[in-house]
Design a protein around this ligand. Sequence first.
Ligand code: SF4
Length: 434
Amino acid sequence: MPIIKDAVCSLCGCLCDDISVTVEDNKITGVRNACILGHSKTVGVQTHDRIKTPMIRKDGELVEVTYEEAIDTAARILANSRRTLSYGWCSTSCEAISKAIQLAEETGSVIDSTANVCHGPSALATQEKGNPGATLGEIKNRSDLIIFWGCNPIHAHPRHMTRYSSFSRGFFTPNGRKDRKMVVIDVRKTDTAKRADKYIEIEQGSDLLLVTALRSAINGHETAIPKNVAGVSKTEILELAELMKNSSFVSILFGMGITQSRSKYKNGDAVSSLISDLTQHTKAIMMGMRGHYNVSGFGEVATWETGYPMAIDFSKGYPYYNPGETGANDVLVREEVDAAIVGAADPGAHFPQKAVRHLARIPLIQIDPYPNPTTELADVVIPAAVVGIEAEGTAYRMDAIPIRMKKLIDTRFKTDEEILKDLIAKVRELKRGE
Ligand code: SF4
């Protein structure tokens, strides 16, 4: 039986690259090493509901058309739009992301990624204070104190703890879990917290207070700390600060509990300062637990092509960036865009009601392998191959390491990159008046 070794799971930001996939007659018949999520995604290309053909909405109904007709209609929408929103692009390859940015530039669009509603504030914190990071390999080999803050990897990144952090055996941590301490800081006792040496429950939205108190403790200003901060006793805060200072390599791995709670990017900013304080005593790093498998890739590609990681507005003829003004939700809620193209994302399910209402009013193009609530709003629906399974490409892991994804089976669907290339060519044709 043909087995493809070292395949990459294109689901979460761990991008596990040790997956074995059995393929018979162009069908995936076995998947080894993947977690339940990765297994479901890999075999799901054959079992999950797919968008079967390109479609255009006529008289309120989506009707089947050819790729050429769908691309022609989509290109006309983009060419006639005064200002388009291009959104998503985090569950596709860097090659496709590059084309999406090119299309946005060609059409004077605002382009934004799903990061804006998850780890976007981390990008802002990084710009303000820097990114004291590490690779997952360094965490695995060196880290003897893992702090998960506002994240639940057992559910969101199921192999993270066994492959890269808490339970993995590394060069300086040969006994795995026995060589590490694990702390979880969260607002509720998650399944990850149940496996920690220490669980610290904080009051919702008070992360900034706790980070600030920890900084005071680490910098020797204990007297400035009240008896209780963010629902955590002073004793616990001082104990955690001592544990951090006395560890050899501290890894603070944070999720949306930090980035999307009150104080937003100031939380990441404060964690970065905490790392800086800790480095007076020991080695310490921070890392965002990135969700979509290539959300890091969008930030990388966008930054090297435009100078900015998300929320980029090309309507002035050059890249302009001001999150809060040029983010996807900002321009939708203010009704500033008159068309939208969404790739590998589902704003119909995840955006606030006011943004979705505007999305439903304007011409909307969707490029995706799978139907989702956004399909119900779309005027043009273009099916795509599943990258990492039906198409090869590059993606960036949560630690910003590029990983090459293999193609495992053939497909009749075009790739995101091919669709975007066709769209760029058609838009240029229309602009030239051909
Ligand atoms: Fe896939 Fe993430 Fe599971 Fe690894 S941890 S197999 S990348 S879903």
